[in-house]
Design a protein around this ligand. Structure first.
Ligand code: FPP
Length: 263
């Protein structure tokens, strides 16, 4: 357990204080799969007169804290949107900075994540990364492949529609080769052709920094996700706010298209 995140499991020094969101988490109703659009690094930096790069660096520090908090809370799968298929349109300097940041994050954090039994996986297209980063991605995935702790998916060069198309193409190729009949392609089969194969559907979809959209993230997987939007810019997002989102989720009435007992 990363006790330092929660101050040893107790975040209320004074017993008369209100219990924090972390203390009051309903551990019997934790979302299995949480997806996060980590938005607002640029706006966070701008508000402080800093460069966008400084915003992304602060975002990486937040990510480290949130991964540990999610694991401590008992979340099974955390999937974060690090870089979309559309983000290549950003100025080359920013793209280059982000690639170096991902690379150094991997170098710095890998041992600790591994020691905590986290299983890292990259989702998205692999066709535009440099050889060195690709090699590091593969090495990290291989190192952690047998881990049984929280699954941590990093979406890099990822787009939801692109992922669905790649899955459809691979199933069509298998059908054309006679390995699969079209009737066998059901929801489970299709889910297993996606980059997130083996993961449960997204229960809770969080987006920081105020925009109210999905931005092509985990479109198939989020079919019945509960949405949580916050104005907080990603670098300011805390384990406390993650706990608030989890508590908010626990209070939602999920009907999955059916009726609840009192309807
Ligand atoms: C969106 O904010 C953020 C990104 C495109 C990059 C996300 C990257 C991080 C959080 C850094 C750490 C990640 C890893 C995997 C180490 P934005 O730049 O679009 O912000 P803005 O909308 O305010 O301009």
């Amino acid at each position: 357990m990363w006790k330092h995140i929660f101050g040893g499991g107790k975040s209320t020094a004074n017993p008369q204080e209100q219990p924090s969101a972390i203390d009051s988490i309903d551990r019997t109703n934790i979302p299995r799969h949480v997806a996060v659009v980590m938005d607002g690094n640029g706006r966070w930096a701008k508000a402080r007169g800093l460069s966008r790069s400084a915003g992304h660096e602060a975002g990486a520090r937040t990510l480290k804290r949130i991964v540990r908090a999610a694991s401590d809370m008992g979340i099974e799968v955390l999937t974060v949107y690090a870089f979309s298929t559309e983000n290549w349109k950003r100025p080359p300097m920013e793209v280059d900075f982000l690639m170096r940041l991902f690379d150094s994050f991997l170098q710095r954090e890998i041992e600790e994540l591994h020691a905590e039994h986290v299983r890292l996986r990259f989702i998205g297209r692999r066709d535009r990364f440099g050889d060195r980063f690709l090699r590091r991605m593969r090495e990290a995935e291989d190192l952690m492949a047998g881990n049984t702790g929280m699954r941590f998916n990093v979406a890099a060069n990822y787009g939801g529609q692109d992922e669905i198309l790649r899955a459809a193409r691979s199933l069509a190729a298998r059908a054309a080769a006679g390995e699969l009949s079209p009737e066998e392609i059901d929801e489970e089969c299709f889910s297993n052709a996606l980059d997130t194969a083996g993961d449960p559907p997204v229960d809770l979809f969080i987006r920081t920094s105020g925009d109210l959209r999905l931005s092509n993230f985990l479109l198939w997987q989020s079919a019945y996700a509960e949405l949580f939007f916050t104005d907080t810019h990603w670098p300011d997002f805390t384990p406390e706010e993650l706990a608030s989102a989890v508590n908010d989720f626990a209070g939602r009435n999920r009907r999955f298209g059916g009726l609840s007992a009192d309807d």
